[in-house]
Ligand binder design. Sequence first.
Ligand SMILES: Nc1ncnc2c1ncn2[C@@H]1O[C@H](COP(=O)(O)OS(=O)(=O)O)[C@@H](OP(=O)(O)O)[C@H]1O
Ligand SMILES: [Mg+2]
Ligand SMILES: [Mg+2]
Ligand SMILES: [Mg+2]
Length: 463
Amino acid sequence: MAAAATLALPAIFSTHRRGNFYLAKALELGGRAFIGGSSSPISAPRNLGSFDVNSSLISPPAFFPSSPTASSPFGFHCLDPMETGKYADELGVAVRVVQMACTLCQGVQEGLVWRKREQVKSKDDDSPVTVADWGVQATVSWVLSQCFGSENVSIVAEEDTQALSRTDASGLLESVVKAVNGCLVEAHRYGLKAPQKPLGSTDVLEAIGRCTSNGGPKGRFWVLDPVDGTLGFVRGDQYAIALALIEDGEVVLGVLGCPNYPMKKRWLNYHQRYYRLMSKLSPPVAGSWHKGCVMYAMKGSGEAWMQPLVEDHSKLGLNNVSARPIKVSSVDDPAFATFCEPVEKSNSRHSFTAGLAQSVGLRKQPLRVYSMVKYAAIACGDAEIFMKFAKAGYKEKIWDHAAGVIIIHEAGGVVTDAGGKPLDFTRGIYLEGLDRGIIACSGSLLHDKIIRAVDASWDSSSL
Ligand SMILES: Nc1ncnc2c1ncn2[C@@H]1O[C@H](COP(=O)(O)OS(=O)(=O)O)[C@@H](OP(=O)(O)O)[C@H]1O
Ligand SMILES: [Mg+2]
Ligand SMILES: [Mg+2]
Ligand SMILES: [Mg+2]
């Protein structure tokens, strides 16, 4: 939604050289993020079958097992049919398109090492936007329209076409079109249909520009953050692709693609340390740095799932596919809890959260991670707390939270504002009425403690 008015390069180029060096190093180590199966304890997902929504999908969905179930003729992750079958088709399409989008982003992130100047632009608020942000928005919008019919699809999304439509942006637009077609041509590998011919620039602009919904309390709309944590993305670090569906003001499904997030926590620790200490750590054995996953959940199911990113589903035996249920951590002693927060000081008050951490008895260093990967870390039990206190005047957008909130919730956690109220997705593109900040926790014990600590210290803080 924020307009990208200038094509001038942002300051991040001078300050982010380190990040690109890291990315180059990371790529030297592992090549493209690819997981052909996880060695984590797996329980096979109970989903399945053939699939054909408006003939835009082909069957069987390669990353789900293949036998049909009574509850899901479309073959997706089969949750309790009484409660959650309603959105099974939407979830299936959402997971597939997010998987595809992850691959698009990985390609662009690799390219940033060599061609960053053409691929990153600056928006009015100086935040970065890249070929990947536009490319993912176009791809998701196109696929959703194909699958459900454009007349049935309404999307709230972060990006617009303003910067891409400028006469001096033809090279940029060309890069976006190339990224989108490169992604869509592989659609069949994800059980989706590719376009009959490559999309032209008009089609791509139309797909991006179609995402003009303003949300609200009634009806059904998708919420998309094509690249959340673009700064992390540009720096070769963590980022997420976030897609959610909202109906009558409630988030009913959420999918988070986390292309650099490992299936195993120990690799997250390694990733963090590797970025910081770079040359002092020996590189992981090639291919062993299993990173890249998609997490998803459907409202009311009490289940959330994580599966590895796969590049080519056709090369996988269906039974090798390894979605596993995720649950929040059971740690409720603050001394052993990990809390996450934004990396950028300008996005959240680090000094305030440091004070809170101390008063609550948190002992570990904060895990500063870009994007909704923070929500992902809590949902899968890698961390216990996420706190964000934006500066006064900043209004949180629904696309930065919707997918993460439902996944944490279904995985057993709690997400509220600092007043203990659920986030309100009924009031347009912003989380209007948000009380002070956002607090997500693995359990209510920790959550209560943080809320009380915020109350105790808010007035004396300078916020
Ligand atoms: N000033 C300010 N205050 C608070 N939040 C802001 C602010 N500016 C931006 N944003 C939004 O923050 C999104 C990234 O949030 P993160 O938690 O990943 O922050 S950080 O990058 O780790 O610092 C980021 O999402 P993306 O634009 O998708 O990257 C923004 O929507
Ligand atoms: Mg975002
Ligand atoms: Mg974004
Ligand atoms: Mg942005």
